[in-house]
Structure formats: structure tokens, C-alpha cells
Write a protein that binds this ligand. Structure first.
Ligand code: 5GP
Length: 140
């Protein structure tokens, strides 16, 4: 099993604009998009533009820059979605639940009394995702 970075992955294509996404934020370091199979309303991904497979191989200075963005986007998601809490998750390798091998952080809003959907189990319409993205973007 290879554990090296393979740039032929879906997030590289989204970063390049070759595949569509519902983007809420972009700068020179990262993009942030809505997850197409959200575990809750407003589930976003923060994805570095520079390729790394996961937390194990990312350059620590790149990671430090990325985490500043993760926090900024987390605040915007929590406030705009009126969430009671927020789950930050990041998987390393298949055994840990990683399915896309380009580093990314999940920001998953948590709502009191509401169960989250299972990872990768619920697909949401483009219209819904577009509406949520517009809403979160206003705070970024
Ligand atoms: P992982 O399983 O690696 O922690 O997270 C990968 C995430 O990417 C999953 O939550 C999955 O729903 C999401 N995902 C997979 N393909 C696409 C896609 O084409 N567009 C978007 N926006 N999310 C995707």
C-alpha cells in the first residue's frame, strides 16, 4: 500500500476549477467548500492548495498557515449556521476513515438535540448547498 501523495485526486481537480464545488472561501493557501455528503447542515471542508496526503506528511509551516484559516472559517460557520457547537475532524489513512487522499479538515456544525448523519451517507441537493454556501460566505 502506497502512502505517498498522489495529485490525481478529486480535491486537486476542485482546486484547479476542473470540477464544480460550492465554495465559501479561497485565498493563496486554501479553499473551503461544502461537503457534498454533509453530516450536518453547513458541513464544510478546508483544503490546502499545496498537495499533502494528510497530517503525517504536511509541512509544519504549511499546516500552521492552514490552521489559521481553519479557525477563521470555523467561527464563520458556527455563527452563520447558528450552531451550538462544532466538530473538527481529520482522518489519516483508510483505517482511520480517510477516503480522499489530499489533506483536509472537516468542520461539522453540531445542533442541540439533532443527531449527525453518518459519514458519506446523505447527499444534499445543489440548490440546498448553494443556499448554505451563500449564507456562510457573508461572514467571510
Ligand atoms: P474523508 O472521508 O477523506 O475524511 O473526507 C472526504 C470527504 O469529501 C467526505 O466527507 C465526502 O463526502 C467529501 N467528498 C467526496 N467527494 C466530494 C466532491 O466531489 N465534492 C465535495 N464537495 N465533497 C466531496
Amino acid at each position: 500500500m502506497s502512502t505517498s501523495y498522489d495529485q490525481n485526486n478529486i480535491f486537486t481537480k476542485i482546486i484547479a476549477g476542473d470540477l464544480p464545488s460550492h465554495k465559501i472561501y479561497e485565498d493563496d493557501v486554501c479553499i473551503s467548500i461544502l461537503d457534498i455528503m454533509p453530516e450536518s447542515r453547513g458541513h464544510v471542508l478546508v483544503i490546502p492548495k499545496k498537495g499533502a496526503r494528510n497530517l503525517i506528511d504536511v509541512d509544519p509551516n504549511d499546516l500552521a498557515e492552514l490552521m489559521k484559516r481553519v479557525q477563521k472559517i470555523a467561527v464563520a460557520v458556527k455563527i452563520s449556521m447558528n450552531a451550538d457547537g462544532l466538530l473538527l475532524r481529520q482522518a489519516n489513512e483508510e483505517v482511520a476513515g480517510q477516503t480522499v487522499y489530499h489533506l483536509h479538515f472537516h468542520l461539522i456544525p453540531c445542533y442541540a438535540g439533532k443527531r449527525r448523519s453518518r459519514h458519506g451517507s446523505v447527499e444534499v441537493s445543489n440548490e440546498d448547498l448553494a443556499e448554505i454556501a451563500d449564507h456562510i460566505k457573508k461572514l467571510l
